[in-house]
Write a protein that binds this ligand. Structure first.
Ligand code: FES
Ligand SMILES: [Fe+2]
Length: 383
């Protein structure tokens, strides 16, 4: 799949050719689909041996999208992230460069920062070793006690980091190249304008479900009329588009209002098409573009095969100008959190129970191409 012409993104929320495909699907009552249904052994959600391989191959030795570069708007800013149980520190030091480190003090491992903010130095809460934002050790109480060690080797341990179309990508081990990991989809992501995004709020969910089931619930509209009967069914149409970019994928669906575009000449279409476009990034990040916001779901394995954590961060497309604006955006985000928290994630936990009581297979229909893509992709990554 080729990337969208970036020029058009300057005046339209969604690229015209995607909206055109969605309108065509709606008009023709069609959807992008696979050739046939497939099955996947339910044990992929319960097998502790496979789970350890997933942790090793896809998470500890993987590259991960963790946020937006706008979270570090100036030199002197930092942000911390939990990435699949790994505390990560991202900084923009005085030289303006983006850096990532293990958020682990080189004295004995305590986290040197939490949350986000601006600082000249970060000071470990345990024995107050302090670090510059470029990672260098800046000070130690009773420093004579450490004279036997070369202080230049006691800086924070760096991790690979890259900006990918305005997203922050980090590697959890030294040998990972985060820019290369997302190179197949980076040109496509440019139309999203991530450089200008500002985080509005964040929700964290702990689920009794395998991380792949929590991921799967974001990837089809098939369930919307039933599971979301009271909340989303009047807003969403079942005519999705679907494309892959190497390991990564994109899908999208038309929303309420698409019916007005069907007979309208294209030059009269609104700048904001009635649609949601979703990018899914290996191994487990979902970026949902709505007409007014972007939601990032980071889905990570928990301590056991049957648990996971979902971090939902809502970003405004442009910097928030006042408190009223912020409150309105937060209400939108809280509604999304309510729907996933009360409807999608309980369904994910039910599916997990089905897998745990010995169901043989899960089925992914021809109408669920994203699920087929992801299970194939994860299996290939482990092969
Ligand atoms: S663990 Fe950080 S100063 Fe001791
Ligand atoms: Fe849903």
């Amino acid at each position: 799949m080729t990337a969208i012409d970036n020029e058009r993104a300057t005046t339209e929320r969604f690229p015209r050719e995607l909206v055109r495909r969605l309108v065509d699907n709606y008009r023709n009552k069609t959807l992008d689909h696979c050739e046939a249904a497939i099955t996947e052994p339910a044990s992929v959600f319960t097998d502790p041996v496979r789970f350890q391989r997933e942790l090793d191959v896809m998470f500890r030795h993987g590259a991960h999208i963790v946020g937006w570069t706008g979270e570090l708007p100036r030199p002197g800013t930092f942000v911390t992230k939990d990435v699949a149980g790994h505390p990560v520190l991202i900084t923009r030091a005085e030289d303006g460069e983006l850096r990532a480190f293990r958020n682990a003090c080189t004295h004995r491992g305590a986290q040197v920062a939490e949350g986000c903010g601006e600082a000249r130095r970060l000071t470990c809460p345990y024995h107050a070793w302090s670090f510059e934002l470029n990672g260098n050790l800046a000070g130690q109480p009773q420093s004579y006690a450490f004279d036997a060690l070369d202080k230049s080797t006691l800086g924070l341990e760096p991790l690979p980091v890259a900006s990918v179309a305005g997203l922050i990508a980090v590697g959890l081990s030294e040998d990972v190249d985060p820019a290369a990991a997302f190179a197949d989809i980076e040109p496509e992501l440019r139309w999203c304008g991530y450089e200008n995004h500002e985080v509005v709020c964040q929700h964290t969910f702990q689920l009794k479900a395998n991380w792949k089931i929590a991921f799967d619930v974001n990837l089809e509209t098939y369930h919307v009329d039933y599971l979301h009967r009271e909340t989303l069914s009047n807003l969403v149409n079942h005519n999705p588009i679907y494309d892959t970019f190497g390991r990564h994928a994109r899908w999208g669906f038309p929303t309420v209002g698409v019916e007005h575009l069907v007979d309208l000449p294209e030059d009269q279409w609104p700048a904001v098409g009635p649609a949601s476009i979703i990018h899914t990034l290996f191994p487990s990040v979902v970026l949902l573009e709505t007409p007014v916001s972007c939601q990032m779901f980071r889905i990570y394995p928990g301590r056991t095969v049957g648990e996971c954590t979902v971090d939902l961060t809502e970003a405004a497309l442009t910097p928030v100008t006042n408190d009223e604006d912020r409150a309105a955006r937060k209400r939108g985000a809280d509604f999304a959190a309510l729907v996933v928290g009360k409807e999608d994630f309980p369904a994910a936990e039910q599916c997990q129970r089905g897998a745990e009581i010995g169901l043989k297979n899960f089925v992914f229909g021809a109408n669920e191409p994203m699920l087929q893509h992801w299970h194939r992709t994860w299996n290939e990554a482990l092969a």
